[in-house]
Design a protein around this ligand. Sequence first.
Ligand code: ATP
Length: 423
Amino acid sequence: MDKIVALCKRRGFIFPGSEIYGGLAGTWDYGPLGVLLKRNIKEEWWKSMVGFRDDVVGIDAAIMMNPVTWQKSGHVDAFTDPLVECKTCHQRFRADKEDEIKAHEKTHKGKTQWTPPKKFNLLVKAYLGIVEGKQSEIYLRGEITQGAFVNFENVVSSTRVKIPFGIAQIGKAFRNEITPGNFTYRSREFEQMELEFFIKPDDKEGDKWFEYWKVRRMDWYISLGMDAKNLRFRKHEESERAHYAKYAEDIEYNAPFGWSEFEGIHHRGDWDLSRHSLSYVDENGEKFTPWTIEASGGVDRSALFFLLNAYAEDNGRVFLKLHPKLAPYKTAVFPLLANKPELVNKAKGIYDSLKPHFMTAWDARGNIGKRYFAQDEAGTPFCITVDFQTMEDDTVTVRDRDSAKQERIKIDKLKDYILSKIS
Ligand code: ATP
């Protein structure tokens, strides 16, 4: 974990939020490489959940919502974690996180006294309004989900969707987490990618679609390179299920800090639509309240686990074996020597010709070994070098990140060669 945190900082994946002012607990800023990684994850998610399907449409709802939404959804009353405070040092913890509780008890040599658990609401409050003293209190959304529910009727009436169908969305959510930590894993501001899939209120349908989305979502992570042996499903116990869930299973990753949820598949029943008094009329005129199967993934947690999964060391060489679809840069182009104008010009020409097609980096600093080193740590799958032979036969070397092997490829075949490897 320490190695990934250091690499993320060094290479520009992830920085502590507002670091020059001492940071702000639970916030993170994505740097030049991190923003590309995150965009690629979101792009792949969107393609698989919306682009390739004809039964799912997307929306992008506002972060600030009428606060009645959160009363109806149950979050004002029930979106809570159990909070306990150490009577000695007044640090606060989640009573249901046994490992953190035990670790803290150790620091007081087992003599910790805790306050009784009290319910702590995770919704982040904000104040909206221009007249001082007359602002209205609102919440920053605690989950992006409610945006899909409050727009249910708008989507049904403005598109041709028919049950079963889904509403997909990606966006920021905010939670006043009691103990943010494990790098970006538990943040107070984070991004979710979610599908709300509406079905007939029928047990068989519920079981079928729950199973369907479980499998689809797990397969998606594996298709983008996550090692299946580091992934598992975990069923929620009745006692830990969220207030809206009929039943739920998490997709967990075997992280250095233990098996950890990064996507939840939830059977929300008719909880939300009925709380918002929304219903659906089918083609036979039958009116009912659909059930919802939800697949709720975290963009930041996925990014962290894709990074952990990709981290590799080989004889002192560090590289990120990110799936090419997720890698921030697909290629990097170098002139072998930066002080030979003919090599630099030739390499620049290649760089300019590839840039419109995929993210291509340029590097002419230091020696070639250092440049490979930097691109390996950035997870760039292919490095293209213009050398003296290029000037004779119009070929370049293409070095594969994972094997460190090089091939010579004709410049006019280069774009198609790279495209065939990254798509
Ligand atoms: P946890 O039990 O870890 O607090 P949760 O069960 O409350 O998570 P959900 O409400 O199911 O999480 O949210 C769906 C997804 O949103 C999670 O699987 C996770 O990927 C992401 N997520 C939730 N809380 C956070 C957070 N504090 N920081 C980063 N991502 C989060």
